[in-house]
Design a protein around this ligand. Structure first.
Ligand code: IVH
Length: 721
């Protein structure tokens, strides 16, 4: 998309524009330059995953453009980077017709199926060997985009294949979809392209964490969340979900001379769709092969599977490539559920044609399913650290994706109703990658009459006190904060990896010590009777010493971890950081008003109310004092970070694998000492810290003489002053 020369030029321009951030006068040329520069950096970030700027620098350029456009509204154009963000809510999604119906794919499940399919393909084409293009089968929601005169004019869902919903406003929120692309340089005036909208595994996890913080049930898989996100009426919320799009198929285009070229690809056995065969004009040579069209899309700034695809001759190498990809499925940042094999030459595709359901020139190779059906045999009710009573379905054990699943959370009463779950039902379950297994749906058509309703208890299954449900909440709670189930869950949460990270102090040990009376509350972690523990089976000298040092080390955890560890309702890791940055000494929160709390970033009335409630409970303040006496850190490091820790003014970036420190620890050290983290190599970078197997970032940094390159050891020395 951008040549080396253009990249260097745009990067220089970026530096110039960054330096003049504060100037208010501008020339029209500069406005275009600013847009070009922002588009270039969006491409580096969203398409190449290789940014050259920090988020902060990008934001300052974006704000510069926004300011100029606000002051000069007549200069706004629809393809400006600022114009993705829509104002207001979408009323509805009108039904629109696809230029060419969106067909499905035939499925294959093993090498034999592919050998059969290849045999048929060779018969149909009269060829000995066929050239195929093989690419991932993205597991998301399919979309179809239309560009006219180089501008995105429409985005639609698949719908029934003939008609879909017009979701243009939502599509514009997806940063990897260019708002304009130079199709005219390929002689194309109008084009319809197909692809898949996805949520990466990382963003999916983040999104589910957010739902969990609000006590909402998680989504079963990234596919459902991508599909659901496309139908949200608030485009800003769509933008927040950070969706991505892969574009993999050109279904229709007209040339700048007005000639249409339809995805007939030969005669169909269905007379619904008349097809036209028109010779390819020379200006669209790129579109003579499928791989050529992927390359064209890539060159125009789309995220096509250009890097993932492979052109292969003969079916055996195709089978091998499919297996290779299946083996690294879990290492990909997004979900795929198989591979798609396409006859590469478009002329051959036309010769082979299609059925009413699928093209004959393509087939999906489906990976081993991560779904299975089993029976729901009963429900257990568990009490969490906030007293929430969660029903857990007990299943006939079933293996999915190498793991045996025998129980699954079914969240709350509403969820049970929504999914229509009954005891003895057959249920479809799914384990998507590293996502916790979920029930996708019940299968009422398989009911025999032996099914029983799931009834919710009226009393806490542990302490027997009456359960309560707040208005507008789906969750029943045990409101006895002394309830042993809650206490033990609070301790487990406190010690957990993302909280105080006390290794070798997992669920099982906490429960054991609690049952034996060695541990009654959170401060008790720091006063464990090691003399007694040492006499227990399974606790040798080594494990005791590991546990002691992990507990000791946790005393130095930064304040934001402690805040998160306290398990205050609605306070997740992000809110923990906001709170730690807002105060010097933790107990001071008891003097903060609701209003003051709500003025903090991303803290609404519900979260503020919960924080305030926590700090008004005298026992909680006593617990904090006790923790401080025991040597825990209740003070924020925010001052060190903002008022000149010894790294103030320096920027850092890590690359490769660190062996002595965890990446998150190293980054925390930088921030604690007042340094700033960057996400890419640029002239703004002061230090690049190089771990094992460092790659392109190191090469790039070597070319910029002002960057200091340090080993992990040198970095540690620098941190130690
Ligand atoms: S090609 C006319 N390529 O899988 C051919 N489809 O199960 C159009 N899909 O409806 C489809 N990745 O939504 C194609 N690389 C890929 C794909 C892909 C995912 C989806 C697509 C299709 C469904 C069929």
């Amino acid at each position: 998309m951008y040549s080396q020369q253009e990249t260097v030029k745009l990067q220089k321009l970026t530096d110039t524009l960054l330096q003049q951030t504060k100037s208010s006068s501008f020339k029209t040329d500069e406005l275009n330059e600013l847009r070009d520069v922002l588009r270039f950096h969006e491409y580096r970030y969203y398409i190449l995953n290789d940014p050259l700027l920090s988020d902060f620098e990008y934001d300052s350029l974006y704000k510069q453009l926004e300011k100029i456009e606000t002051e000069n509204p007549d200069l706004i154009i629809s393809s400006s980077p600022t114009q993705r963000v829509a104002k207001g809510l979408t009323k509805d999604f009108p039904t629109v017709q696809h230029l060419v119906p969106m067909l499905s794919l035939e499925n294959s499940y093993d090498a034999e199926d592919l050998l059969d399919w290849d045999r048929k393909a060779r018969e149909l084409t009269d060829l000995e060997t066929i050239e195929y293009c093989v690419e991932p089968k993205f597991d998301g929601a399919s979309i179809s985009l239309i560009y006219e005169d180089d501008f995105l004019i429409r985005g639609a869902t698949r719908g029934d294949g003939v008609e879909g919903d017009d979701i243009t406003t939502n599509i514009r929120q997806i940063r990897s979809v260019p708002l304009s692309a130079k199709f005219s340089s390929y002689g194309i005036q109008q084009i319809e392209i197909r692809g898949e909208v996805l949520m990466t595994k990382k963003n999916f996890k983040k999104y589910n964490d957010l739902l969990a913080e609000q006590n909402l049930p998680p989504l079963a898989n990234p596919r459902n969340s991508a599909a659901g996100s496309l139908r949200i009426k608030d485009p800003k919320e769509v933008s927040r979900r950070n969706l991505e799009a892969f574009l993999y198929h050109v279904s229709y285009y007209t040339n700048t001379d007005g000639q249409p070229n339809i995805d007939g690809r030969g005669s169909m056995t269905d007379d619904r769709h008349e097809t036209t065969n028109i010779d390819q004009p020379s200006s669209t040579n790129a579109l003579l092969t499928h791989s050529g069209s992927l390359e064209m899309l890539w060159n125009l700034g789309f995220r096509s599977p250009q890097k993932e695809k492979k052109v292969l001759k003969g079916i055996q190498s195709v089978i091998d490539y499919c297996h290779d990809f299946e083996n690294m499925r879990d290492d990909l940042p997004y979900e795929i559920d198989g591979m798609v094999i396409k006859v590469n030459e478009i002329a051959l595709q036309e010769k082979m044609g299609m059925t009413t359901h699928h093209p004959r020139w393509a087939i999906a190779f489906k990976f081993k399913a991560r779904q299975a059906t089993t029976k729901l045999r009963g429900v257990e009710f568990q009490v969490g650290r906030t007293g929430a009573v969660t029903p857990v379905a007990k299943l006939d054990p079933v293996a999915i994706g190498g793991v045996t699943v025998s129980s699954i959370s079914i969240h709350n009463e509403e969820y049970i109703k929504e999914k229509d779950l009954k005891i003895n039902d057959s249920v479809l379950i799914e384990r998507a990658g590293d996502v916790i297994p979920q029930i996708v749906k019940s299968l009422p058509e398989l009911r025999t009459g032996d099914e029983k309703e799931i009834t919710f208890p009226k009393h806490c299954p542990v302490c027997k006190s009456e359960l309560a449900k707040e208005e507008e909440e789906a969750v029943w709670r045990c409101i006895n904060i002394e309830c042993p189930a809650q206490v033990v869950e609070r301790i487990i949460h406190f010690a957990s990896k993302d909280a105080m990270d006390i290794r070798s102090f997992g669920d099982a040990n906490v429960r054991k010590f609690f049952e034996l009376g060695f541990l009654k509350d959170i401060p008790g972690i720091y006063e464990l009777p090691f003399d007694k523990i040492g006499t227990m089976e399974g606790f040798g000298e080594k494990s005791i010493s590991n546990l002691k040092s992990a507990i000791e080390a946790s005393k130095q955890q930064p304040l934001h971890r402690l805040i998160y560890a306290l398990g205050i309702r609605f306070v997740g890791e992000t809110t923990g950081k906001v709170l730690a940055n807002a105060i010097d000494y933790l107990p001071d929160f008891k003097n903060k008003s609701l209003e003051e709390l709500q003025n903090l970033e991303d803290i609404g009335p519900k979260v503020a109310g919960s924080i305030s409630k926590f700090f008004q409970v005298p026992d909680n303040i006593i617990m904090l004092q006790k923790l401080e006496e025991l040597g825990l850190n209740l003070r924020s490091s925010r001052n060190a970070a903002t008022q000149g820790g010894n790294l103030d003014g320096y920027t850092f970036l890590f690359t490769g694998t660190l062996t002595k420190l965890k990446r998150s620890e190293a980054e925390e050290m930088v921030e604690k000492n007042g340094g700033k983290l960057l996400s890419g190599v640029s002239s703004k970078l002061s230090y690049l810290i190089v771990g094992e197997d460092a790659g392109s970032k190191l090469e790039k940094a070597k070319k910029i003489t002002s960057i200091k390159i340090l080993s992990e050891q040198e970095f540690i020395q620098l941190m130690n002053g």
